[in-house]
Design a binder for this molecule. Sequence first.
Ligand code: ZN
Length: 405
Amino acid sequence: MTRKAFKYRLYPTQPQRKDLERTLALCRRLYNAALQERRDAYRKAGKTVNFYEQKRGLPEIRADLPEYRRIHSQVLQNVIERVDKAFQGFFRRVKQRGKAGYPRFKGEARYDSFTFPQAGTTGVKLQEGGKRVLIHGVGSVKLKMHRPLEGEIKTATVKREGDQWYIIFVCEVEPRPLPESDKAVGIDLGTNPNFLVTSDGEMIEAPRYLQKAQAKLASAQRSLSRKKPGSNRRRKAQRRVAKLHRKIANQRKDFHHKIARRLVNRYGTIVHEDLNVIGLARSRTAKGVLDAGWGQFLKILAYKAEEAGRRVVGVDPKHTSQDCPVCGHREKRPLWVREYTCPRCGAPQHRDVAAALNILAKARTEPAGMGTDKSVPLEPRSPVLKNEESSQRGVVTLPLIGGEG
Ligand SMILES: [Zn+2]
């Protein structure tokens, strides 16, 4: 069994927003009070107050302070647990290094979530097939499930990011290995507008909405740079930039999940350029690759592949964008040349598809130790060479965009 997190945006009404804010504020107050209690006990009497003692004090708090009665008792217990964890971390650091920062009080900005630790059975309930979620003390809140929830809900955390609210479900998921596949693919980390290009000739573009949001962010940043330091307008512009950043990060992550899922479903082996190989980042910066978040995408891909029992292989990207995948002729071309005919063998090539083919081929020839698996089962020849007749004549038909399968 593995644990998997699912994060969804919440759309609370104005009164619900107030309830969420209030819950967060009360949890923060409890957190700081519990922290204070531990500090005082320690300082005054050299005693430590532990988790269970503090937990036992919760009913009293709820009796004395009516505002806490609306908050689920387990949410409050989780607050105490957070304090306990902060102390455990502190003691661990003391042991290790002899010196460590004492757990700190949390200001408004640093306390941004509350958790239902047994959300599967109490406190939180999905409604209307996932269109709404009933949150104890807040009511039925609209939510957007942009991808389906899997497994069994264990915990639910309600989180504020800027002025937006999210709910994160942590679920226990049965790992489901996919049926074996001997299909292998090479992927070239694309050049704008392509996010990636596969050795099968499929070109995956970054979605329009993401491109649009990125353009918006660039303009918001320009506008921010023109505002006077310390001014109200500048603060407003800063908030706008931060909001766009979050939006883009979320959209990009969803997109990464989608593409990784698609590749893992289709191929038994996925070969990509190893990002750790020095020089890649530098040579690619001009293409906006860093902006595409390749590191994150490859991490998601590796995770999904492992879960499904599939292989991901990283290879040295050297020369992959210069070599002809048919005859091996090596030639440097300017970035703007997307399609060309190999001067030696006459094969028409698309730069990125050719690179993807070369990347795939490298998984066969490269020695192990590139974080790769020696026993990569690969097809005997690259997909473009499948068409026997045409390759004999030196004419290669590019396999074009494959359908969803
Ligand atoms: Zn050639």
